[in-house]
Ligand binder design. Structure first.
Ligand SMILES: [Zn+2]
Length: 241
């Protein structure tokens, strides 16, 4: 583990933004950062892009994070009561940071602000970087789905889904392809007219004080994401417009 997940759970959105910028700036990739909206790290060529969001629901910052029986993370506030852990979506951000050193020249990385407030960062990204998204992105993998078994797609784009992309996803065991409700790639995908999928990030009961994270699943998540990318390949999956 290169990055301390327990520390990442306790950072505010602003602090996590600064942490990400500090870390990725030491590598040579082109970095676009518009504070309050998004960070993009772009390799030189067209590529698959990973996406996660920097904020947590209600901007809750845990006072203490506990690893229970080496199995799951839970969070507590100052008074010793359970609180939101923020594994939604700190698990996604942590996974991308773990992969960054090895993959920054092969994959794109997008960290968004304020997904929980209505995908504010992603929607601004779409407005400000429309041509960039169209030219540079083969497909998106967001790391922001609850549980440990899902590959979620966004129902609005059901009929537009690239069939080869769908077949590949259905063949990625033991995951199941399910409809999701909303997240950043819903907007990003429509803008670039490319396929996207949102993979389980290992948390349960997000947005509640019962939120917890499956530790073992999280530890394997960087490898799982790379397995998924290798399975899909470094090629384009346009939507069927
Ligand atoms: Zn989320």
């Amino acid at each position: 583990m290169k990055h301390d997940i327990e520390k990442i759970y306790t950072l505010t959105q602003q602090e996590l933004h600064d942490y990400v910028i500090d870390y990725i700036s030491q590598f040579n990739e082109e970095i676009i950062s518009i504070e309050s909206f998004f960070i993009i790290s772009a390799p030189k060529q067209k590529a698959p892009y990973l996406v996660a969001h920097l904020d947590t629901k209600y901007d809750v910052t845990p006072y203490e994070v506990v690893l229970v029986n080496n199995k799951k993370y839970e969070a507590y506030d100052k008074n010793g009561y359970r609180c939101i852990l923020g594994a939604d979506d700190r698990n996604g951000v942590w996974t991308m940071l773990e992969l960054y050193e090895q993959y920054h020249d092969k994959l794109g990385f997008i960290f968004t602000w304020n997904e929980e407030k209505g995908c504010v960062g992603a929607r601004n990204l779409v407005v400000q970087y429309h041509p960039f998204l169209k030219e540079n992105i083969s497909y998106y993998v967001q790391i922001d789905r609850r549980g440990t078994k899902d590959l979620a797609y966004y129902s609005t784009y059901d009929i537009l889904m690239n069939q080869n992309f769908r077949l590949k996803l259905e063949d990625f065991h033991p995951y199941r392809v399910v409809p999701g409700t909303s997240t950043d790639v819903k907007y990003l995908s429509a803008c670039a007219k490319v396929s996207s999928i949102n993979i389980s990030a290992g948390y349960h009961y997000e947005h509640t004080t019962s939120e917890y994270c499956e530790y073992e699943y999280l530890l394997n998540l960087p490898n799982t994401v790379i397995d998924l990318i290798n399975h899909l390949g470094y090629k384009d999956y346009p939507l069927n417009y």
